[in-house]
Design a protein around this ligand. Structure first.
Ligand code: FES
Length: 306
């Protein structure tokens, strides 16, 4: 007589958890680089989660009773068996192995969630919080003569004092229709972030102090230069020489009650034309040294939200 196999049939390993994990990874990457990719990841994760749960719950039904092998022909012809056959034990409705599997998965999920959700929250949430630069009054429009750059320094967060001081180069380009046009360039070098300087003399006599804002008009400049590694930019902030990878960043602006307010900074790959009619190739604010267009932008590592 062949020994009976007492172990119930166990299904092979499922691929659903792997698909679920892949979906979660795509979702997290999508949260950083694209909403479409995040949506795709969520769909994949949900689909595989459904299949996984369905597989797990399908196995908790009544298990088949183990089959009893037929007696061999010789044994059958030998007549009735003289000892009592034990009744096969009824199959467990909720096998202990299934209970252990589900409770281990559930416990693992809870612990994993407790560990990863706060970390993910700190990583991803800042991208969704309104962290744009607070509009900052840098002075009345009359302090910005047409066609000349004025160096404006201001505290981006006065409660933090001088460490929050920032510098921008502001040029009034004249009226465009009924609206005044301004070019506002950041002094952060697009190579490694050193402070760039105007290539030309300043009119120190005309220096002005307005609350935390200092305004120093330039006399005439031939672009901007970086003292760190020799990066050079033209008067629109386009890179002309040296290691910087793009044009200088710019700021949006608004006019309120005759004053110029700085808005949020943004990055610029390059500028076509000049002044009020310039075509600005604008991008989300990038770190110094980061390409914003072309093949290099695809090769650059994904940056955390900032
Ligand atoms: S930081 Fe400006 S050229 Fe390197």
């Amino acid at each position: 007589m062949q020994p009976h196999d007492d172990h119930p049939h166990v299904s092979g390993p499922s691929l659903w958890p792997v698909g679920f994990a892949v979906g979660i990874v795509v979702l997290l990457v999508g949260l950083i680089i694209s909403w479409a990719i995040a949506g795709l990841g969520a769909l994949v994760a949900l689909a595989f989660a459904f299949l996984w749960v369905r597989d797990l719950t399908a196995g908790t039904g009544l298990a088949d009773a183990p089959e009893v092998e037929p007696e061999s022909a010789a044994a059958a012809s030998a007549g009735p068996v003289l000892f009592d056959q034990p009744e096969p034990a009824p199959a467990e409705r909720f096998p202990r192995s299934k209970f252990l599997e589900l409770s281990t998965l559930g416990l693992g999920g809870v612990i994993g969630g407790l560990v990863t959700v706060p970390a993910l929250g700190f990583m991803v949430a800042p991208a969704f919080l309104k962290q744009g630069q607070k509009a900052h009054d840098i002075g009345p429009l009359t302090d910005f003569p047409e066609g000349k750059y004025v160096i404006a320094t201001f505290m981006s967060d006065p409660s933090q004092g001088e460490v929050s001081r920032r510098t921008v180069f502001v040029r009034y380009n004249g009226q465009v229709g009924t609206q005044p046009s301004f070019t506002i360039i950041s002094n952060h070098c697009a190579h490694l972030g050193c402070p760039v300087q105007p290539n030309g003399p300043l009119d120190e006599q005309a220096r002005k102090q307005l609350a935390d804002v200092t305004l120093i008009p330039t006399v005439s400049i031939a672009g901007f230069g970086c003292p760190c590694h020799g990066g050079q930019y033209d008067t629109e902030g386009n890179r002309t020489a040296g290691p910087p990878v793009r044009a200088l960043d710019r700021y949006s602006f608004s006019i309120r009650n005759g004053h110029l307010f700085l808005g949020s900074p943004f990055s610029v790959s390059h500028v076509d034309g000049a002044g009020a009619t310039a075509k600005i190739h604008k991008w989300t604010l990038a770190f110094p040294g980061e390409h914003v267009d072309g093949l290099e932008s695809w090769l650059y590592p994904i940056q955390p939200p900032h």
